[in-house]
Design a protein around this ligand. Structure first.
Ligand code: ARG
Length: 260
């Protein structure tokens, strides 16, 4: 995670971002710290990445790389405003014991568009990550990639419209996907939690599951009951300041999946 010390909305690269709307930095920091402390109180280790002045979106740490089996595929950002973040992430991994670190050839925004289930690597495209990155990520991790087409600019990253809960279980918002991709999701995940419009608009799918607890934006109240019914414990968190940049729980959390 990367603290929002330099978080601002100074440009707009997704429909949630309005540079005219002020951000309360102390509040953003307090909300972010609460999520970090929540992870720690649940027994998870949280590493902190040093924020870089002039890279206001760096708080969305999930975009900096994808880590599977302890191996790291770096990011290459679609927008020049964020381009500088990629090197900061790569150097963190290289100086923190990760030896297999690959700089990508094609545009990919890390876990913003790549989601890992037990069987598949789900990969979003349409707004940010290049379809060519899907081949690259499959080759690098040796996991079967399922390409999914995003069609609604509000859900510009896969992790704004789909969340892996554990195993091969997901929750998602069908209207964010093309007709064909919806059919693929129904086929792979017939028992998925299907989110409503209001829950998706609260960025409720931008959640992190440890397989038991699901940390999610607190306004996504419609997801609580379906999650409980499937045996998960929802943990609502307030990240409203970070919503102003178009991200929430998952966007600010890069998962360091170790080797088995
Ligand atoms: N302002 C950032 C952008 O538009 C938000 C990134 C959100 N991150 C995510 N994993 N969806 O790039």
């Amino acid at each position: 995670m990367c603290p929002p010390a330099h978080f601002r909305v100074t440009y707009s690269i997704n429909p949630w971002m309005d540079p005219g709307k002020p951000v309360d930095i102390p509040l953003a920091l307090a909300q972010w710290e609460e999520l970090r402390d929540r992870y720690r109180s649940l027994g998870h280790t949280v590493e902190e990445l040093e924020p870089v002045p002039g890279l206001p979106d760096m708080v969305y740490a999930a975009n900096g790389a994808t880590v599977v089996d302890g191996r790291v595929l770096g990011a290459r950002f679609a927008h020049r405003e964020r381009a500088g973040e990629a090197a900061a992430h790569l150097s963190w991994y290289r100086s923190n014991g990760f030896t297999d670190v690959h700089e990508p050839e094609h545009i990919n925004e890390g876990e913003g568009d790549f989601a890992v289930t037990d069987t598949w690597l789900l990969a979003g495209r349409g707004f940010r990550s290049s379809p060519l990155s899907h081949g690259e990520v499959q080759e690098f991790f040796g996991r079967p990639v399922i390409g999914l087409d995003l069609v609604d600019p509000r859900y510009y990253h896969l992790d704004t419209a789909l969340c892996v809960l554990g195993g091969d279980e997901v929750m998602y918002y069908p209207p964010a996907f093309s007709k064909g991709s919806r059919a693929v999701l129904e086929r792979l995940f017939p028992d998925a939690v299907v989110a409503s419009g209001p829950d998706a608009e609260a960025l409720g799918l931008n959640a992190v599951s440890d397989g038991r607890h699901v940390m999610l934006p607190q306004a996504a109240v419609g997801l609580l009951e379906p999650l409980r019914q499937r045996g998960y414990e929802p943990v609502p968190v307030d990240l409203t300041e970070l919503l102003k940049g178009g991200g929430s729980v998952k966007c600010v959390t890069a998962e360091l999946r170790p080797a088995a």
